[in-house]
Write a protein that binds this ligand. Structure first.
Ligand SMILES: Cc1cc2nc3c(=O)[nH]c(=O)nc-3n(C[C@H](O)[C@H](O)[C@H](O)COP(=O)(O)O)c2cc1C
Length: 143
């Protein structure tokens, strides 16, 4: 099956931001994704999610339909869907990155390129910049 890449953003509900809930979600997602050959990253800044999913198109689409219905977040907005991509996130079945908790060197790298508001990272608005932001996260985490 052709690998594809899907990116969306959403707003987290309070429930998922309660202690331990986010890592529980990421662990369950990793188990499911590994079984289906899906990979990606889930970034959280303040109460905003940005998630990238890669893998067989059929499974990515099915999962996205599930994710859209999930009551733990709202204002889900599809940013991009690309077919036949070269997979970039194969090392992670689902990497959770809480941007409010990253170390100072990662912060300073990202601060040079991306805007902040009230000391929180603002996800870029344009889809190509969102992709670039996620690729930069991969780069700094793999370093
Ligand atoms: C922000 C967010 C990201 C999610 N990412 C994944 C994921 O990568 N993989 C996954 O299996 N479930 C993910 N989920 C959970 C799904 O929405 C859903 O609960 C899961 O696929 C189980 O669906 P089911 O109960 O219909 O089997 C995510 C949920 C949220 C709120």
């Amino acid at each position: 099956m052709t690998p594809c890449r899907l990116i969306y953003k959403s707003i987290a509900n309070d429930e998922i931001l309660a202690p331990g809930q986010l890592s529980k979600l990421a662990n369950e997602a990793s188990i499911y994704n590994r079984r289906l050959g899906l990979h990606g990253i889930l970034a959280l800044s303040d109460n905003k999610f940005l998630q990238l999913l890669e893998g067989p198109s059929k499974f990515v689409n099915e999962l996205f339909c599930n994710i859209v219905k999930d009551p733990r977040h709202h204002q889900i907005e599809l940013i991009s869907f690309e077919d036949s991509v070269r997979p970039e996130f194969v090392d992670w079945s689902m990497k959770l990155l809480e941007l409010d908790k990253i170390d100072a060197s990662m912060q300073s790298f990202l601060r040079k390129k991306y805007p902040m508001k009230d000391d929180k990272f603002e996800f870029p608005n344009e889809s190509f910049l969102m992709t670039s932001f996620l690729m930069d996260l991969k780069y700094i985490l793999s370093d």
